[in-house]
Design a protein around this ligand. Structure first.
Ligand code: DGY
Length: 326
């Protein structure tokens, strides 16, 4: 009797070595040797015969990739809480499980949101650039004034766990919290539930924390930007395509809004060239979850999901697949 072949586990980009150790007891592990996302042909080639794939948010996993893996594939464990890179309908059709990493990056992302919010409202990055440029400066009563936060309203779009963690921090800074209430919450957060037009018209800061879906794509377009309160700021640590970047660059250049702080981009990692020219926008390279502790926990959770599924238990943090498409 021949023993069944060891499952093939594909990891599309390096993860901390210690977090990958449990996978080695489960089968043959292939880890991308590249310090960049795999190209589409490389991804198709790498996944062939895989039972499990550990993916990054930079991997687009559609029906073609699932088919390239073949019938052995049981789970795709995405190392991110967001999963707009997975075609869930294709997963449901093929009976492949999908998992993400919720719950472990709430604080890191909320902290970065506050860091960006402070950086843009207090012109920290602009000041850093000024000093590095060697430009002469001296303290003056009206030099590089920013906007204070106390008593200002933050309008949170996406009052999930990260949105709530931002609300807690903003309240500690003396801000008034409002949030977009699309549907009733079973556990209503503190703050004022508003419609999108109300939130845009009355918030001094609009902070995005919703997932990218067909419904939220370009939620912040030229009309939404025009509807924002004069002198207000936009912060996006969610997903780039929620904002129409061309419209944003225009609104920042003509003073429709006072400033923006972005961690994510419409065509990531590309950044709209006009944004790079503007002083009133802070640009971070998708750092929301980028602490040693959080990224380690994300990798561990992705690996735990693979281990659970390959050893016959249910996934730890499954993503709901569309009903009726299986
Ligand atoms: C996620 O997990 O979706 C974050 O964007 C990663 O930083």
């Amino acid at each position: 009797m021949t023993s069944p072949a060891a499952p093939r586990i594909v990891v599309t980009r390096g993860l901390p070595a210690a977090t990958l150790r449990p996978l080695r007891d489960l089968g043959e592990v292939w880890i991308s040797p590249h310090d960049r996302p795999l190209t589409s042909p490389e991804l198709h080639e790498a996944v062939r015969g895989a039972s499990a794939i550990v993916t990054m948010l930079t991997d687009r996993i559609d029906g073609d990739v699932l088919d390239a893996a073949g019938p052995s594939l049981r789970i795709v464990a995405n190392t991110a809480v967001g999963y707009d890179n997975l075609d869930l309908t294709a997963f449901a059709h093929r009976g492949v499980l999908a998992t993400n990493t919720p719950g472990v990056l709430i604080d890191a992302t909320a902290d970065l949101t506050m860091a960006l919010l402070l950086t843009v409202t207090r012109r920290v990055a602009e000041g850093d650039r000024l000093i590095r440029s060697g430009t002469a400066w001296s303290w003056d009563i009206s030099f590089m004034l920013g906007a204070g936060l106390q008593g200002k309203r933050i309008g949170i779009v996406g009052m999930g766990r990260i949105g709530r963690a931002v609300a807690t921090r903003a309240a500690a800074f003396g801000m008034e919290v409002a949030y977009l209430a699309r549907r009733p919450h079973t556990d209503p957060p503190d703050g004022a539930p508003l419609t999108l037009p109300e939130l845009l018209a009355t918030s001094d800061i609009v902070s995005l924390h919703c997932p990218l879906t067909a419904e939220t794509h370009h939620l912040i377009d030229a009309d939404a930007l025009a509807a924002m309160k004069p002198g207000s700021f936009l912060v996006n640590t969610a997903r780039g395509p929620i904002v129409d970047e061309t419209a944003l660059a225009r609104a920042l250049a003509d003073g429709t809004i006072a400033g923006a702080a972005l961690d994510v981009y419409e065509h990531e990692p590309e950044v709209h060239p006009d944004l790079r020219e503007l002083d009133n926008v802070v640009l971070a390279p998708h750092l929301g979850s980028a602490t040693v502790e959080t990224r380690t926990r994300m990798a561990e959770l992705a690996v735990e999901n693979v281990r659970a599924v390959l050893t016959g238990a249910g996934p730890v943090t499954p993503i709901d697949l569309p009903v009726g498409s299986g």
